[in-house]
Design a binder for this molecule. Structure first.
Ligand SMILES: [Zn+2]
Length: 276
């Protein structure tokens, strides 16, 4: 498939998701108007600009450095190309799981990541609502992945595109038939799985950290299933009023010492995974 057709297909898929999540909503929106979506898109655009400014001068030179000096575990192992691509893809997703978990455990990182969780509804627009500070810090993660893991540029590109689609999908408010969702959730993160992670309740938000493949939560015992979506209050505890989540408040939050965010999210024990 040519690049043009690929991007057309992705655009049509995203457009269809945006329409269908409104026709088959999983959770009742608290703020159904266009203002919230506009706010999320504005935060996303600022984040995209900040990412582009950091990616260009950092990530390309880091890849060149890693290639020139044969850096990273995957290069040292000398695996066949196909196996190296598959293992690289898995390692990128696993280290993103660890990074997301750290964003919830470190009070300092949580200040930035909380802006993503501040949204009082969850739909595909939440999937682009990341504070520019969190996105700039994640450039550091990608530099470390390139240097230490030795993942090549093509694998990075394919993973980034798959991740983007996964993030829009699992943040969406799309109600899938329960059997279809259970089948999908055995492999990838689904809207119900991620809806639990966006709950204001500590025992629910401290679960389901995976971003693409759902296996990492199973592996670490952080998977939480079977929470009725209509009973979930989406957002961050203590930030449930409309004026807590305005564009200005969202952008300023990481730089303020708001006592509601300190000393970080409660690190309550995650309930063991019991049923499918
Ligand atoms: Zn999170």
């Amino acid at each position: 498939m040519s690049k043009r057709w690929k991007w057309l297909a992705i655009g049509l898929g995203v457009g269809a998701l945006v329409v269908i999540e409104r026709l088959r909503p999983l959770r009742e929106p608290r703020e159904p108007g266009p203002e919230r979506v506009g706010r999320n898109l504005a935060i996303g655009l600022i984040g995209a600009a900040a990412t582009a400014m950091c990616e260009l001068p950092i990530i390309r030179p880091v890849h060149s450095l890693a290639e020139r000096h044969h850096l990273g575990v995957l290069r040292w192992l000398g695996l066949p190309h196909a196996l190296r691509v598959i293992v690289g893809f898995l390692l990128l997703d696993y280290t993103l799981y660890l990074w997301h978990w750290m964003n919830h455990r470190s009070p300092w990182l949580w200040r930035f990541h909380a802006v993503h969780h501040l949204d009082r509804d969850l739909d595909s627009s939440t999937g682009v609502r990341f504070h520019f500070g969190e996105l700039v810090l994640s450039v550091g993660l990608r530099a470390a992945q390139a240097l230490l893991l030795g993942v090549d540029r093509d694998t990075f590109r394919v993973y980034q595109q798959a991740l983007f689609l996964s993030v829009l999908f699992h943040h969406s408010n799309l109600e899938l038939p329960i059997d279809a969702e259970r089948g999908l959730a055995a492999f990838v993160v689904t809207p119900r799985l991620h809806g639990i992670h966006h709950s204001t309740r500590a025992e629910e938000t401290n679960a389901n950290f995976s971003s693409l493949l759902a296996w990492w939560d199973r592996m670490h015992g952080t998977l939480r299933l079977n929470v009725p979506q209509r009973g979930i209050e989406i957002g961050v505890n203590g930030f449930t009023r409309a004026d807590d989540v305005t564009l200005e408040r969202s952008l300023a939050l990481p730089f303020e010492r708001d006592p509601r965010l300190l000393p970080g999210p409660p690190a309550g024990a995650v309930p063991p995974h019991t049923s499918a």
